[in-house]
Every structure is written in C-alpha cells, then in structure tokens.
Design a protein around this ligand. Sequence first.
Ligand code: SF4
Ligand code: SF4
Length: 368
Amino acid sequence: MENNKTHCCEDVEFTKKVIKDKNLSFNENETGQDEENGDNLILEAESECGCGCGAVKYPDQSRLDNPPQPKYRANSDFIQEFENYARSIGIKSMGYAHLTPELLIVDKFIQYPHAMVLTMEMSKEIIETAPGEEAQRLNDLAYEKLTKITYKLSDYLRKNGFATEVLPPLSGIVNFSALAEKAGLGCRGKNGLLITPELGSRVKISTIFVSIANLPLKKVNEHNWIPDYCQRCAKCIKNCPEKALLEKEGCCGDKEIDLIADKFIGCSEGCTFCIEECPFVKKGYGEIKNKFDKINAKLKGDKMDSMMKDMCMMMMENMDESVLRQMCQKMMETMNNSKKMQMMPKNERMKEICKMMEKTGVKPNKND
Ligand code: SF4
Ligand code: SF4
C-alpha cells in the first residue's frame, strides 16, 4: 500500500487550491464569538500576493506569546491535566510522536519536533450531506472549530511555561494521518486516511509541536493490523466518485494505491464517500476487529492458501459478485497449481475446496 502520500486536505498544493477557491473566505460570521473572551476568532488564510497563488500562511491565533525560557520536561500529572482539558473542549483522542523528515510535506524547519497529535470528530451531518456547497460549508466549519481548539490548547501549554508551534488542520505542512499513526492513534487505511478506534476515519487532525521532550510516546501501535484488513476490502476505492484512488499491483505482489491529488474533492466540495463507505465507520472498529480475529483464529494452523484467506474476507464483507468471482477464479487457479490438488480427481478436488470453505464458516453453494 502506498503510504507516504497524502489524502485530501493534507497536500499543500491542494490546500492552496482550496484557499484560492474559497477566495480566502473563512469569515467572521461563520466563526462566531469566542466563548471565553468575546473576541472574534477569524480563520483567514494569508497569501503573499493576495490572490491565493502564493504560499498559504495562516494567521497566528495565539493569545499568549511563547515563554522566553521554555520548560522542556512535563510530569505525568501535567500531561493528564492537559488531556482532560483537551477532551473537555472537544478533542476526541490525542497521542504523541517525534517528527521525522519523511512526515513533512514541505521543507520547513520545526523548532520542537515533539508532536502532540489531536483528533476531533467529523460530524455525521458532514458525512450524510452530498458533496456540494452545504457539505463544504459544514466541512469548513469543522476545520475552523479544530483550529480554534488547537490554538486554545497551545495557549494552555504556553501559560504553563512550554513553547509551542501550532499546525492547524489545513496547514498542509505535515502528513497528519502518518503522524497520527506514529502516535498510535490508529492506522492509515487504503485511502490514506487515519482509521481510529473511536470513529474510524470520521475525524479531523491537527498538531501542536511543543518544547516537552519527554512526551509519553507509545512503543507499539496496536492498530497495525488494519492495512491487512484493507488489503481485502477496497470499498473506499470503489466508492470514490472521482476515481482519485488508483489501485495497482506493487512489486511484492501487494496492492498499492496511487492517490491522485488533483482529483480530490474532499475539502473543496466536502466529499466523504470513502469515509462513509468504510466498514470502520459503518460498523465500528470493535465489530471489524472481532470478525478479523475470528477469521484469523479459524485459519490459524490450517495450511490454507492466502488466496483462500482473501476470499473468506471478501465473503465476510459481502463484496460484489464480480470481485468474488475473480477471487474464486484465482483460488481455483492456485489450487490447480498445487501438486497435491493436481493429483486428485476433479470431484475430490471440489470436495477439498468445499471442506476448506466450511472450515471458515462459509457455506458453499450446493451448485458449486
Ligand atoms: S471519495 Fe471523495 S474524499 Fe474520498 S478520495 Fe474520493 S474524492 Fe477524496
Ligand atoms: S474502505 Fe476498506 S480499504 Fe478503504 S480504508 Fe476502509 S477498510 Fe480500508
């Protein structure tokens, strides 16, 4: 799977296009009043030349300056307090990671590579609204909300003596999904988006770089089974109206995805089809993990061909018939290529295949 590319809204060229299309138009009325201070928070992109074609730079919405002599260590109580505060103002999950160069989308110096990665729920309303003006408006509001929350959290850190640098959700500087994956918040799916245990990929992501050098990093990512599941799903690819996700054969036999950035209409039109159709959003992480574990347990110990395993996963997800037929065909070819199977008479071979299918809980059709 291609994992270094960015999805809608994380590609800097794409972000520039969005800002240009919007005519720099996040406005005051949509943003509303800040509850605590009564000031208007205006999320407005600045462009060097004013037409949106130059570098996109968001205005700093911080209320506090960075401390002149920032602290570099935080104790666990402070981290806990910070997390509690973050949750109380709308953050769904947060994790910590060190920034490494391959996660940068643009060449930019980040003074403190210690990242606090934040996710916020993307409302069901956005998912349920068809791409177009209204979906885009709702999507913009979500970006705006997370931007505001992220600056609030940055101010909280500054107030407590830590230096920060904020990357709002539309900043286009870092591959947020990859950074969030590194922070253990989930794992990227075939469409390049982060899949979280809480909400699947129905999340927006932002980041605060902070002077805290002893952030509690996770050693293992418990969600790293997700790409294995994705290899057998591909619903996001089938449901992308723009054909922005292109599947191709990788060098090691795995499937790889090309993300065609200029076809993305996620930010510009609020498209969310690939999110809506993802089983992690439709059925929930827990259900998918259960099924995945069950199938794996059933197949464990069996010397079953991986093609067979793929087919069972397909059946489990009720893939469309043509895909299923293709898989059956491939499975049959594999079986036919196996020496043991070749030695069997045809009816024996079929019985063998049926037995294998039954072991997985799949009932073969009597006509097969
Ligand atoms: S379905 Fe929509 S959001 Fe998903 S990749 Fe395609 S254009 Fe982007
Ligand atoms: S739709 Fe399927 S392939 Fe795409 S991200 Fe979700 S689980 Fe993975």
